[in-house]
Design a protein around this ligand. Sequence first.
Ligand code: ASP
Length: 440
Amino acid sequence: MSRIITVKFGGTSLADASQIKKVAGIVKSNPERKCLVASAPGKRSKDDIKVTDLLYSCYSEFAKGDEYSGTLAKIRERYASIIRELGITFDISAEIDAIDQEMRKYPPADFLASRGEYLNSKIIAEFLGWPFVDAAEVIFFNDNGFLDEAKTFLTMNERLRELPCAVIPGFYGSMPDGSIKTFSRGGSDITGSIVARSVKADIYENWTDVSGMLSADPRIVDSPRVIEYITYTELRELSYMGASVLHEDAVFPVRAAGIPINIRNTNSPGDNGTLIAATLPPDVKRGAVTGIAGRKGFSSIRVEKSQMNGETGFGARLLYIFSRNGIPFEHCPTGIDTISVVVNSLMFEAKRDEILRGIKNELAPDFITIEKGLAMIAVVGEGMVSVKGVAAKIFTALAGAGVNIRMIDQGSDEMNIIIGVDEADYEKSINALYGAMIEH
Ligand code: ASP
């Protein structure tokens, strides 16, 4: 049986005709690439505006009763130049007029926002000579706005099975009443994952403008190494701590079906990119640490009470004070008679008085100490479980950089070590950890 590759191309990969030609080259170079999910045209340069952003502006002008024809004309011109340079026949004016008519019926913003991927996909389908399949006919949300997985996977599978190949717009689907609903921003990644799952693809290639996920933040570390292989669990840890390469929700459909994701670079198609999978091929050799990520903006609330350890339910009652104020806790390191709750500073400040009052009244502690301005850094790698001396290396690196460690928390799965440092030491710490922990 022949393999099936689902490909999704992001906005910068489809920003103009020359990018679309590169995409066509990539797709046609491998006949296994049969289902293409497209984003709307993205930025062509740093100061350019994404078509989706133009569409949202157009909608807000319309909703305020302002003149929006200028913005609509800009959108028409973006597509007209793509069509001209691709040398295809496509009546963009008729399409834009139809959208304008529809808009006057006052459909929600989602309808207009979705037209970026709708038009781009129709144009790409025309250029490739592939059938176009409207996402509204194959991706379904239920009344609560959640994806109706069963109906979507079945309908999409039945529809795509009959076709040799297809172009499907990313970012949207339809509600039970037929109206258009979009995913959150960047949601074409989710569409790609849904398509891959529905057609039981062997791999989901997500093509973007970088050669994969980086092992540290490039704004802090000079040219960090690309991660060649990463598990879904490691990806989740690193994304949670601020590393981004893919929409967070995009992993779920493919992960459940064991389909790997390969992040690739449209501008450098020879690069292998990053392979994200549940388990990695047995011959893959990796270091103990896969990546480093972190975030600033945390506070630690330390509660001390002598004999706390003997008081049943102390921790539960403390955490409940945070949860009833709507504040999730990030970490909760404990000592014999102390317990700290690490939370997002902004959220904490908004509820500070209620929380401190709750702790004083309900737990009668000896002391409460608040430390603000903490940064949390996660050093992540499944390989850490079996390698000795990882923690020693981390602490030596930070000591060598003159960093005072404020908190340490090792996840119980032993695949991450979280270190709290002063925000002022954040960049220095990331660089020291990268230098010591990542092979480069
Ligand atoms: N075009 C949409 C956005 O800009 C969706 C996407 O590109 O994934 O958010």
